[in-house]
Design a protein around this ligand. Structure first.
Ligand code: GLN
Length: 301
């Protein structure tokens, strides 16, 4: 007869399996997966460890643990990632939001005022733009991305946030960086509407792909095999998006508007130079929680 499964034991079994498979945070991931399957929290594990778990839940858990042992990212299994205290839906069409990126959002927030217009390039899951809108008032956001399947995720996240905050105002456009905006204002002009400063912004923000092409094969399997290559690949020297964005950003910014980038920790000097050459001033570099350079920003004047 099959032994009855209890919560604490099942968790231990999962953690051991993941450790065996060389998963870095084996215990944490085993716990998250169990909580996900059982709809519980850490408290249940600590206080009610002898709680029985159903055969179906056990089977579901084992299947997920096996997938995680094969290096499928935890967030692809649970379908979500917390970012800025908000829960974002994710899948393999978007980059999983990173904690480092919260530093970028916080730097933007220091310069964000009610009613501003924000443009988020390479928006992916929409986590940057949507967090900024969620924690400000009357701002208007546009997110662009080359990937229509990423935008589907961003729109889903937008709709989810709007259930609590129906006044949030974002629009997600498919295309290459500023491309969809140009198209937008051409259309406005043709239709006789005023194209005016409609497509200008107070803030442009981006966490673009910034990994050197040759480095991608050395990343952990969770990233190189399961996250979208187009969200990672920054070209031969990793800087191609910084060049392209900096060159064009000025014509989409109001006077005094600001451009914010997340960067790889060894890219600060080069990105600063790229921004200076493009005409940005008052350039600052900000470090992440690990003390590494993570954000570069400057003003358009
Ligand atoms: N803007 C998204 C994020 O920061 C996606 C970034 C990307 O795809 N490079 O998570």
């Amino acid at each position: 007869m099959k032994r009855e499964q209890i919560y604490r034991e099942v968790y231990k079994e999962g953690a051991a399996r993941l450790k065996d498979a060389g998963i870095r945070e084996a215990e944490l991931d085993a716990r998250f997966l169990l909580e996900f399957v059982c709809g519980t929290d850490q408290n249940t594990l600590l206080v009610h460890g002898d709680r029985k778990i159903s055969d179906t839940a056990y089977e579901q858990y084992s299947t997920l643990v096996e997938k995680r042992a094969g290096h499928v990212p935890l967030q692809h299994l649970t379908g979500e990632q917390e970012f800025m205290g908000l829960s974002f839906h994710v899948n393999r069409n978007v980059l999983v939001p990173r904690q480092d990126t919260e530093v970028l959002v916080e730097e933007v927030m220091k310069n964000l005022h009610d009613g501003m217009r924000i443009l988020d390039l390479c928006t992916g899951s929409g986590c940057i733009l949507l967090s900024l809108l969620r924690y400000s008032n009357d701002c208007e956001g546009v997110g662009t991305d080359l990937s229509s399947s990423a935008l589907a995720v961003a729109r889903e996240n937008y709709e989810k946030l709007r259930r609590d905050r129906p006044e949030l105002s974002a629009c997600f456009l498919e295309g290459d960086l500023f491309g969809p905006l140009r198209h937008h204002s051409d259309e406005a002009e043709r239709s006789g509407r005023e194209a005016r400063s409609r497509e200008k912004f107070d803030i442009i923000v981006s966490n673009p792909p910034y990994i050197e092409t040759d480095t991608i094969s050395t990343l952990m399997p969770e990233v190189r095999e399961y996250e979208p290559l187009m969200a990672l690949d920054g070209g031969a020297d990793g800087l191609s998006f910084y060049r392209r964005i900096s060159k064009e950003a000025g014509s989409f910014l109001y006077n005094g508007g600001m451009l914010f980038f997340e960067i790889g920790c060894n890219q600060a000097d080069q990105v600063r130079e790229i921004m200076e050459k493009a005409g940005f001033c008052r350039i600052e570099v900000v470090k992440d929680f690990a003390g590494l350079d993570r954000v570069v920003y400057g003003s358009w004047a």
